[in-house]
Design a binder for this molecule. Structure first.
Ligand code: SF4
Length: 304
């Protein structure tokens, strides 16, 4: 059974992804975002009992040899991946074995002013940083960061990082109803994004079961927000199909590990898994091991 890799996951933005969890024991994040798809947790600034780089790479190699190369190998952690102290060695190792896959990191951007972190980030093919607010008050409301984290400093760090980074930089703005959807809040994010100058801005809303009782904005609001980013490359995130992905077989342990890390829609399951795995999923639903959760009009399956 794998301990650090999970998936594949069908990402709305990046295609078929193999996930790497750097904090399998518990959520480790210096934010506690209202919309987080992990459970709510007090923000912390380190990962306890960090996994060894060689153990992670061993699992990734094994997965790739059995299942082929996904669009992206995604370092996500069970929280914030830049808290991992060996990120630089990890990405060096991934870049050696990634084949045709791209390396991707999904970060909240909070450590963008830390030199070791930016040196590691520069080695990824794609860096996605979140930016849910550009003013401190809204930032604290939506992302609930550890005390002392300042969004103005993060934005300045993102501007400097962009100047040095040669890969693909994506900024993701996640819009939560009645929290960061006001015009004046979005305008400040737009101004910040224009200074950062990313390759793409992804606008999205809550898509998976959130940590707190918050709601998605409707599609019209999402498109209105996207319109305000005129002049930048904007993508309103939508689901992608699996392309030529090979159907994956997971045994029970790996399936439960994967479904604890990520909620899956029925459409995702249909695209990603082979028939035997789908039968196993159905029997786990019948046994109440996998649970259905509804977000808006979409039904997700998740393991506790
Ligand atoms: S930064 Fe990511 S992992 Fe951390 S709380 Fe926010 S959504 Fe969750």
């Amino acid at each position: 059974m794998y301990r650090y890799v999970f998936g594949p996951v069908l990402s709305r933005r990046f295609g078929v992804s193999l996930g790497i969890d750097l904090s399998p024991e518990k959520k480790s994040c210096n934010f506690d975002c209202l919309y987080c798809e992990l459970e709510k947790a007090k923000p912390i600034d380190k990962i306890e009992n960090e996994p060894l780089v060689e153990d992670i790479l061993k699992e990734v190699s094994d997965w790739l040899s059995k299942n082929g190369y996904p669009d992206v190998i995604t370092v996500t952690a069970n929280g914030e991946p830049t808290l991992y102290s060996n990120l630089s060695s990890l990405v060096d190792g991934l870049n050696k074995i990634k084949g045709v896959s791209k390396t991707l990191i999904l970060s909240n951007g909070s450590r963008i002013n830390d030199k070791n972190t930016t040196e590691a980030l520069k080695k990824f093919d794609i860096v996605k940083l979140s930016l849910d607010a550009a003013d401190q008050k809204t930032f604290e409301k939506v992302d609930r960061p550890l005390k002392g984290i300042n969004i103005g400093e993060i934005i300045d760090g993102m501007i400097s990082f962009r100047r040095e980074y040669r890969g693909v930089l994506v900024i993701e703005v996640l819009v939560v109803k009645n929290v960061n959807d006001k015009e004046e809040v979005i305008k400040k994010i737009v101004d910040a994004c224009k200074k950062i100058n990313p390759d793409r801005v992804d606008i999205s809303t809550i898509d998976r079961p959130p940590a707190y009782r918050v709601q998605a904005v409707d599609n019209q609001t999402l498109y209105n927000v996207a319109h305000m980013f005129e002049g930048l490359n904007v993508s309103v995130a939508t689901r992608k199909d699996g392309g030529n992905v090979r159907r994956i077989h997971l045994d029970k342990d790996d399936l439960l590990h994967t479904f604890r890390n990520r909620a899956y829609t029925e459409a995702d399951i249909d695209i990603l898994f082979d028939e035997e795995t789908k039968d196993l999923i159905n029997s786990l639903i019948a046994e109440n091991v996998l649970h259905k959760l509804k977000v808006g009009n979409t039904v997700f399956l998740k393991a506790q």
